[in-house]
Design a binder for this molecule. Structure first.
Ligand SMILES: Nc1ncnc2c1ncn2[C@@H]1O[C@H](COP(=O)(O)OP(=O)(O)O)[C@@H](O)[C@H]1O
Ligand SMILES: C[C@@](O)(CCOP(=O)(O)OP(=O)(O)O)CC(=O)O
Length: 445
């Protein structure tokens, strides 16, 4: 039996929150070392009129979803026991209508899902490992376990699309741009359909392509697809996936050498959809001033991206100058005398001050006072270049860019200002979807 395995990273949107919903603005997304995994295998065909796709998530109280595929296109899939997982269901539906297999000639498919520890709060879970991997096993179903906000659904959709597609397209090569674009387009469609809305898609883009400078696709591409049970769905889907230029930007980026990202989990309390709705209302009610504010934020975003790019270039062109800059950042002495560091700090301050203004005026807690205080105190720690409330903001987390040599947890452990922060054990990892070894997912004890 052929087995294959894939993994895809979680994300942190460092700059570009809210603006990224509009195709004209670019954002900066860092892929993280916490990854989602899928191991897929197919049984030999047997003489039946349909076949079953089983998706198993043993880490979440042995969650399992079984989808029956029968008849002919358009394929409408149903879960045999009425169990809901909209993301899994939409992936199965999208892949079936895109690949259009002959159900009577297919063997049953099993996909086992694993997610790295960073995605969910530890709670009462048990860590199990083998020599290659370690995962946390929870005693509750997936919807009951609190998330940390790394984009579990985007990761799930991306690895599931890769796994199922690899059955129908055995030469699928996740190292090839063309195949990655196919995985991306299919994943965006399934993810939007499962969410019931077309978000910016930066989380799916990072899961597929890794750390990227991202500018979104036109939401109409997905909005204008016919309904999944329509006779034209398969054809429209294939055209959209294979023959349409989505015109989105996904330029690979990397943080400068010697710097790394750290994430602090603060609390579990912000709902992105509510924040987005409040900001949209505020925006509409305050045109043209809101546009000017967005333009100021965008200036900050572009200046941040440019500053990071300058550091990457400097590290290559003048390594000794670069390393003394890092030294001064690490020791906290005089580093503001360096123009590029100042540019990055000022850019982030411009972004943050405008988001504080939007927070006050819209009632959406993008950078609430507690987070302002936390970030300002973080800037005084040794080795911290800058810090933001990632993504939609709120009370969930903070992200800091720090020197590799700094030890933020030990600088903050006895500091009551940081008592609400749990530093997450993850780092940036630029790689998007990648092949894994199926045998590495067995015998966890
Ligand atoms: N490990 C997993 N196994 C199965 N389904 C998962 C897993 N992780 C996430 N999901 C699916 O994604 C949903 C969470 O998506 P969502 O609420 O959008 O959170 P996020 O912001 O992390 O993407 C879960 O309810 C489940 O349907
Ligand atoms: C506001 C946004 O621009 C960014 C939201 O970023 P998060 O990283 O907070 O996202 P979730 O994981 O979905 O909560 C909305 C968007 O781009 O879709």
């Amino acid at each position: 039996m052929v087995k294959k395995a894939f993994s895809a990273p979680g994300k942190a949107l460092l700059v570009g929150g809210y603006l990224v919903l509009d195709p004209q603005y670019r954002s900066y997304v860092v892929a993280l070392s916490s990854r989602m995994h899928a191991v897929v295998s197919q049984a030999a065909p047997c003489d039946k009129k349909g076949f079953k796709i089983t998706i198993k998530s043993s880490q979440f109280n042995n969650d399992e979803w079984n989808y029956m595929v029968e008849g002919e296109a358009p394929f409408v899939v149903r879960e045999l026991d009425g169990r809901k997982n909209p993301f899994a269901e939409k992936v199965v539906e999208v892949i079936m209508n895109y690949c259009q297999p002959a159900p009577n000639r297919m063997g049953d498919i099993l996909v086992e899902i694993y997610s790295d520890p960073g995605y969910h709060s530890v709670g009462t879970s048990i860590l199990k490992r083998n020599s290659y991997k370690e995962f946390r096993f929870h005693d509750e179903t997936i919807t009951k376990v609190p998330k940390t906000g790394l984009g579990s659904s985007a990761g799930l959709v991306t690895v599931l699309v890769s796994a199922l597609l690899s059955i129908f397209k055995p030469n699928l090569d996740v190292g090839a741009e063309e195949d990655l674009v196919t995985i991306h387009n299919l994943s965006q469609v399934a993810h939007c359909q499962a969410q019931g809305k077309v978000g910016s898609g930066f989380d799916v883009a990072a899961a597929v392509f890794g750390s990227v400078m991202y500018q979104r696709f036109d939401p109409e591409l997905i909005n204008k697809l016919p309904a999944a049970d329509s006779l034209h769905y398969g054809q429209a889907l294939r055209q959209l996936i294979d023959e349409t230029d989505w015109k989105f930007m996904h330029e690979n980026i990397t943080l400068p050498p010697g710097l790394r990202l750290i994430m602090g989990d603060v609390n579990n309390g912000s709902e992105t959809t509510k924040l987005v709705a409040k900001v949209k209302t505020w925006y509409q009610q305050n045109i043209p001033r809101s546009l000017e504010i967005y333009q100021k934020i965008n200036q900050g975003n572009v200046s941040f991206i440019e500053g990071i790019g300058k550091l990457v270039s400097l590290s290559k062109e003048s390594p000794s100058e670069y390393s003394s800059m890092l030294e001064s950042l690490n020791s906290g002495t005089d580093f503001e005398s360096y123009d590029i560091f100042r540019q990055i700090r000022q850019a982030v301050e411009q972004i943050r001050s405008k988001f504080r203004l939007i927070t006050n005026e819209s009632g959406a807690d993008i950078e609430p006072l507690v987070q302002t205080q936390l970030l300002d105190q973080s800037l005084n720690l040794k080795g911290v270049l800058t810090g933001v409330v990632p993504g939609a903001g709120g009370f969930d987390a903070i992200s800091l860019i720090v020197t590799e040599k700094s030890d933020i947890p030990s600088q903050t452990q006895n500091d009551s200002n940081f008592s609400s922060v749990t530093w997450l054990n993850l780092r940036q990892q630029n790689m998007g979807v990648k092949d894994e070894v199926p045998e590495h997912y067995a015998n966890f004890t």
